[in-house]
Design a protein around this ligand. Structure first.
Ligand SMILES: Cc1cc2nc3c(=O)[nH]c(=O)nc-3n(C[C@H](O)[C@H](O)[C@H](O)COP(=O)(O)OP(=O)(O)OC[C@H]3O[C@@H](n4cnc5c(N)ncnc54)[C@H](O)[C@@H]3O)c2cc1C
Length: 414
């Protein structure tokens, strides 16, 4: 006996919207969640504030993704655009605002309120939510998916939506469970790699807690720039974090497999070498008796000035009037490309998302149906999708979840 028309595995962003959509179209829908709560990653998103989605025309939102990912989520994002999730939340009492950079957040409320509102949608649509019900496998027969095995026993169902997410922040419940099941049903997986994650760099302990504001972080391999991002950077006990770091982390983790990756910082991205040179020259002329340490402190935090000058091979107590031209040029080179050294690794489990997952060409982007296994639908981060910081990843999960729910309900009730 079929226990439900549609089974959804995983009550994260994708699974919640998928279950709500399926149930609201009349499908008897069961949502299975391993942990005692729904939306755990939404709860920790945006530092607990939840960057719900990204504002702007869909084509602009899609441009933030890699081209193959944008192509894949385009149909879903048109079916469930960014303003749709905002409307669902504001209709039920959430106040939101859009930051100048396009990121949409609750005003005075938090991620908790976002999840509480999403819960009301599940309840109103009649979704049968079963918490603390870990799924152990998906079962199939010659007709395709036939159900799942859970910790509490088997459940028969011909329409199963896989929404188990990625594998970062494993304490939140996402431990990559869906990938071996997808593989057992014939899917292939793009390699799982860290994305939007902090980077391990040796020797940063003394700098821990110091920030570099509005810099350009460049990642290089064999001298060639493999990625760059403008933003803030934060030194941590074991390396670096902050927006600029998170954004380059995906390219860094990909390239580390081929060889060493080095990082450098342009501390004055708005100035060319010549402009900066003129500025430094002017400072030296204006303050002939001051130590060069004072100049370095104009560009970095006091506690970093010594390191910066050491890299330029300039003793910090050098008096401005005595700075040779060669040393001045070295200083400018360091300001435009301060080496942070070689990357040791990227923290997959501390990433906001992981890159890799079920290969996109094995899933129909119009329907989220598996092209390989009848009755299987996929959405969210279990797929090989990873957008940048800015509300893009929740948008991708919501939109693909919406389409998966709609298709599964249609298939199950037709
Ligand atoms: C710290 C942090 C901050 C973030 N901030 C933002 C942000 O502000 N904006 C943004 O757009 N994105 C953000 N993200 C990314 C975003 O949260 C995820 O991309 C998104 O939640 C993915 O949705 P999903 O539904 O695919 O997976 P998830 O939300 O991860 O949900 C998967 C669900 O499946 C459940 N599950 C797993 N295995 C099983 C199983 N065997 N049986 C039953 N259930 C199972 C899990 O417990 C979980 O509830 C952030 C991520 C992190 C970690």
């Amino acid at each position: 006996m079929q226990e439900a028309d549609v089974l959804v595995i995983g009550a994260g962003a994708g699974g919640i919207v998928a279950a709500w959509r399926a149930a609201s179209l009349g499908a008897k829908t069961v949502l299975l969640e391993k942990t005692p709560r729904i939306g755990t990653k939404i709860l920790i998103s945006g530092g607990g504030k939840c960057n719900i989605t990204h504002d702007g025309p869909i084509e602009t939102v899609l441009r933030a993704f890699r081209p193959e990912e944008a192509r894949f989520i385009r149909p879903a994002c048109y079916r469930f655009p960014n303003h749709r999730i905002v409307e669902m939340l504001t209709d039920r009492g959430l106040n939101v605002y859009t930051r100048p950079d396009g990121r949409i957040f609750p005003v005075e409320q938090t991620a908790k309120d976002v999840v509480a509102i999403l819960r009301t949608y599940l309840d109103d649509a009649g979704v049968d939510l079963r918490l603390e019900t870990p799924v152990e496998s998906i079962v199939s027969d010659d007709r395709g998916v036939s159900g799942v095995r859970t910790k509490h026993g088997p459940m028969a169902c011909r329409h199963v939506i896989l929404a188990t997410g990625g594998s970062s922040y494993p304490n939140s419940g996402t431990t990559g469970d869906g990938w071996p099941w997808a593989r057992s049903l014939g899917h292939s997986l793009a390699p799982i790699r860290a994305a939007l994650a902090p980077i391990f760099l040796p020797g940063q302990e003394a700098r821990s807690g110091i920030a570099l504001r509005d810099i350009v972080l460049k990642a290089r391999q064999s001298g060639k720039v493999i990625d760059r991002h403008r933003g803030d950077l934060l030194f941590t006990h074991r390396g670096i974090s902050g927006p600029a770091t998170l954004e380059v982390s995906r390219a860094v983790s990909e390239h580390l497999e081929q060889g060493p990756v080095t990082l450098e910082v342009d501390l004055q991205p708005d100035q060319s070498f010549e402009e900066l040179s003129a500025e430094v020259k002017a400072w030296l002329a204006e303050h002939p008796k001051r130590q060069i340490r004072g100049l370095a402190e104009a560009y970095v935090a006091k506690s970093l000035a010594g390191d910066l000058l050491a890299d330029a091979e300039i003793p910090p107590e050098t008096v401005a009037a005595q700075l040779p031209q060669k040393a001045r040029n070295r200083l400018i080179e360091v300001l435009k490309g301060w080496s942070l050294g070689s990357v040791e690794g990227v923290w997959l489990d501390k990433g906001e998302v992981v890159a890799g997952g079920v290969c996109l060409d094995e899933v129909d982007p119009q329907t989220m149906r598996s092209r390989l296994c009848r009755g299987l639908y996929l959405c969210g981060e279990v797929l090989d999708l990873a957008g940048p910081v800015g509300g893009y990843n929740l948008q991708a999960a919501f939109a693909t979840g919406f389409v998966a729910g709609e298709t599964a309900a249609g298939d199950a009730t037709s």
